[in-house]
Design a binder for this molecule. Structure first.
Ligand code: AMP
Length: 309
C-alpha cells in the first residue's frame, strides 16, 4: 500500500563533534522517504527551489519513490543549520532559511489523492490540514510536529489533531503540547484531542507507544558510532509507517512491530551524515538488525507466585 508523505525537502548544514557538512540533502520528507521506501512504495509531496540538486534524490526514485509531487519553484531551497552538543543529545538550530518553503501551498497530484496512508511531516499545521482536505478517503493518518508550531499555531494544530490517528513527537514536544510534565498523562491528553495512538521519541533512550489500553517501549539500538542524529526522528517515522503500509495490519501487535522497524531505521539514519547510510541500506541489513532487536529485548522468566501470595 502506497504511503503519501508531505514535508520539507532541505539542504542541511550540520556540525557535530565528529565533523561538519554543508548543503547536504535533508528535510523531513526526504529522511522519511529514504526509510519508508525500504518497506513500501512512497509518494512524496514537497517543494524545492531552482537551486536544488534534484539528481541527489535519484536514489529515492530508484527505490520506488514517486517524486512527481515535488514542485520546483523559482527561488532558493529551504536550508537549515543545526549544531549538536558533544554527547549529541542536544541540538541547537543556528538558522533556518525558509526560501520557497515560505510560500509553499501543497498541491496533491490527482494520482496521489486516493492514498490510504498519509504521513504529514513537520510543516505548518495549516498546510497539514490543507493536504488532508485534498486526500479523498485516507484510512490511516500520522503526523509529526515541533515546538515552533506548538508555540505559534496552537489552534490549527489542535484542529489537525482531530483528524489524525497517530501523532509522532519527541518527549519535550509531548509535554509542551499537553502542558503536562508527566509523559503518560501528556499522551492521554493528546489522545483525548484526537489521535488513537501517540508515539513519543526519546532519542538515544528509545521510544514509547501509547495506545488506548497499552503502553509499549522500544529501546534505541545501541550503536558505538553515532555520527549525525539529524533525521533520526523522520527515519523512525518512515520505518514505523513503512511497516504499517507494508503489513496492512492495524492490531496492537502490528503497532508494536512497527515500533521496532522505526527504531531500526532511525538507528541507520544516525550512522553517517545526511541520508548517506540510508542510501546504501539493504533489505538484508534491515532484517538483520530486526533480529538483533529481538535478542536485545527478549528474556525468559517464569514469574513465580509471591512466597506469601
Ligand atoms: P529530525 O532530526 O528528524 O528532527 O529532522 C531534521 C530535519 O528537519 C532536517 O533535515 C531539517 O532540514 C528539517 N527541518 C528543520 N527545521 C525544520 C522546519 N522548521 N520545518 C521543516 N523541516 C525542518
Amino acid at each position: 500500500m502506497s504511503i503519501l508523505v508531505v514535508g520539507s525537502v532541505a539542504l542541511d548544514h550540520v556540525e557535530t563533534s565528529f565533523g561538519s557538512v554543508e548543503e547536504a540533502v535533508g528535510g523531513s520528507a526526504v529522511f522519511f522517504s529514504a526509510a519508508a521506501s525500504m518497506l513500501a512504495p512512497v509518494q512524496m509531496v514537497g517543494v524545492v527551489g531552482s537551486d536544488y540538486p534534484i539528481e541527489k534524490l535519484d536514489f529515492l526514485a530508484r527505490r520506488g519513490v514517486d517524486l512527481s509531487g515535488i514542485e520546483t519553484a523559482e527561488g532558493e531551497s529551504f536550508r537549515w543549520k543545526g549544531r549538536y552538543s558533544y554527547d549529541l543529545n542536544d541540538r541547537t538550530t543556528i538558522w533556518t532559511q525558509l526560501g520557497v518553503f515560505a510560500h509553499f501551498k501543497p498541491s496533491i497530484p490527482e494520482h496521489f489523492r486516493d492514498a490510504r496512508t498519509v504521513f504529514l511531516g513537520n510543516i505548518d499545521p495549516v498546510l497539514q490540514l490543507d493536504v488532508l482536505d485534498q486526500v479523498r478517503n485516507p484510512e490511516l493518518v500520522a503526523a509529526d510536529t515541533m515546538n515552533f508550531w506548538i508555540d505559534g499555531s496552537r489552534d490549527p494544530l489542535l484542529k489537525m489533531l482531530e483528524r489524525v490517528d497517530i501523532l509522532m513527537v519527541n518527549d519535550g514536544e509531548a509535554r509542551q503540547l499537553a502542558d503536562e510534565p508527566n509523559l503518560l498523562k501528556a499522551a492521554r491528553w493528546i489522545q483525548r484531542h484526537g489521535p488513537e495512538w501517540v508515539v513519543v521519541k526519546k532519542g538515544e533512550h528509545g521510544a514509547v507507544l501509547f495506545g488506548r489500553d497499552t503502553v509499549f517501549f522500544v529501546p534505541a539500538y545501541p550503536l558505538e558510532d553515532v555520527f549525525d542524529p539529524t533525521g533520526a526522528g523522520d527515519a523512525f517515522a518512515g520505518g514505523f509507517f513503512g511497516y504499517l503500509g507494508r503489513s496492512g495490519g492495524r492490531s496492537d501487535d502490528d503497532f508494536r512491530r512497527a515500533m521496532v522497524y522505526g527504531s531500526v531505521l532511525g538507528s541507520y539514519a544516525v550512522e553517517q551524515f545526511s541520508v548517506d547510510r540510508l542510501k546504501t541500506l539493504t533489505a538484508d541489513e534491515v532484517n538483520e538488525r530486526i533480529r538483533q532487536f529481538r535478542d536485545l529485548t527478549a528474556f525468559d522468566l517464569e514469574v513465580e507466585a509471591a512466597p506469601n501470595g
